[in-house]
Design a protein around this ligand. Structure first.
Ligand code: IFM
Length: 441
């Protein structure tokens, strides 16, 4: 019988990731809360409501679960609308709340990674025009300064903006997120503002905390032309350049490479101490003349893909290797800041987890500087426009009763974190269907 193990480098960070609006509950002063009240915006008319009730204190029991499961890191976000409920008015109680959570993490041996913007905006900011108004840059810098000054003795890792590419696409180009715009030009303008806001935030963080590690978090999706038709190749390349590359490259050399037009943002050059990589799946891309608003591209999963229960995600672990190669081209350490799958029954998650981690291990094993992995997510939480229809948690949550239930993947992940690696025994017990893939004998 094969007995083998893939061990990760010493000091590897093992964690889970969450975001404020998705777990805290009762976030009444942001644009998502208002959006949820509008009919037709969220699947099944769902609302975040109490979410996972972290604001009510349940973060303690959930972080106990994380710590007991061997996790030594956690990525969370702070809620701008709580910290600055009105322009220029800072809420000391909210900052104290985050201080308490971060201190609670440290007591549990959990290294915090703090995201400053994870999709939600204070209502007042949305009313000012949100990310389409260049004023967001100085607003975000001021928010960064206040937050970092208040929390810097408790946190070293900062993510300025989570998935700016997803935000620009979903909020401004596809009507899925508030403000529900569908205007590609405006989305590109928003990307420029995100780059400027990241740069201002990055410099402010380092001014306040010279030893900080600050970066941005990009959702990377490998884009494969569906056929040898040159038009498929052209649109796949265009999608990848805008969705994957545009922001991350600007943070290296301060250059904007829009599909039409170029620009310079010199203050953004060299503003990544690390890159945060969110990887879920890859897309096939074909040319579609009926989709001018999506630059003539149709994105889909290839036939026969190993799909999640609702087909939102496909298990494509080779895409993780591709994502890491992409991230490594920026020449800075890499953290996998999100990776996971929606799977209420936990049928596919165990194999998704070990197969993706195997790819992370392969990269680390040949010296690629991958320094940590944060599974999305610790607990089921409010999944944006998909409401409660998608369950990403290692732990199931019933939002009505707030009861938690451990999924087998939580036990598997705990074994991995404690071992600092994946063993043949784990794969045999939790994901036997992929044993011969990981341990070809
Ligand atoms: O829940 C989201 C998260 O907020 C951002 N990245 C993708 C996750 C799953 O959809």
């Amino acid at each position: 019988m094969i007995e083998a193990a893939f061990h990760f480098p010493n000091g590897f960070l093992w964690g889970t990731a969450t975001s404020s609006h998705q777990v805290e509950g009762d976030n009444r002063r942001n644009d998502w809360w208002a959006w949820e009240q509008q009919p037709g915006r969220i699947l099944q008319g769902a609302r975040s409501g109490l979410a996972c009730d972290w604001w009510g204190g349940r973060w303690k029991e959930d972080l106990d679960r994380a710590a007991a499961g061997g996790q030594n890191a956690h990525r969370l976000s702070v809620e701008w609308s709580r910290i600055e409920p009105e322009p220029g008015r800072w809420d000391a109680h909210a900052l104290d709340f985050y201080r308490e959570i971060l201190a609670g993490m440290r007591e549990r041996g959990i290294e915090p990674m703090v995201t400053l913007h994870h999709f939600t905006n204070p209502l007042w900011l949305a009313e000012e025009g949100g990310w389409e108004n260049e004023g967001v840059v100085s607003r975000f810098e001021a928010f960064t300064r206040k937050t970092v000054a208040a929390l810097k003795d408790l946190a070293t890792f900062w993510c300025t903006i989570n998935e700016p590419n997803v935000y620009a696409y979903s909020a401004i180009a596809s009507e899925a997120f508030p403000p529900g715009r569908k205007d590609l030009r405006a989305a590109l303008k928003v990307m420029r503002h995100q780059i400027l806001a990241h740069a201002a935030s990055y410099h402010a963080i380092h001014e306040l905390q010279p030893g900080a590690r600050a970066g941005i978090v990009i959702h990377y999706r490998g884009m494969t032309p569906h056929s040898a038709n040159p038009l498929d190749g052209m649109v796949a390349g265009m999608q990848s350049r805008i969705f994957n590359d545009l922001i991350a490259q600007a943070l290296v050399d301060g250059r904007l490479r829009f599909p039409v037009g170029r620009g310079r943002v010199p203050q953004a050059a060299g503003t990544q101490d690390y890159i945060g990589l969110n990887y879920y799946s890859c897309d096939h891309v074909s040319f579609d003349p009926l989709r001018p608003g999506e630059l003539f591209a149709r994105r889909f999963y290839p036939r026969g893909a190993d799909l999640s229960e609702v087909g939102w995600n496909a298990n494509m672990p080779e895409g993780m290797a591709r994502a890491i190669r992409w991230a490594n081209s920026f020449g800075v350490p890499i953290y996998i800041t999100e990776n996971g799958i929606e799977d209420e029954a936990d049928h596919i998650r165990p194999r998704y987890l070990v197969q993706h981690l195997h790819q992370v291990w392969k990269a680390a094993n040949i010296g690629v500087p991958v320094r940590g992995y944060f599974h999305w997510s610790l607990v089921d939480n409010f999944e944006w426009e998909r409401g409660w229809t998608q369950r990403f948690g290692l732990w199931a949550v019933d939002p009505e009763t707030q009861e938690r239930a451990e999924r087998p993947s939580a036990r598997l992940y705990a074994e991995i974190c404690k071992e600092n690696g994946i063993t043949s025994g784990m794969v045999r017990r939790y994901a036997p269907e992929v044993f011969s893939v990981l341990f070809p004998g």
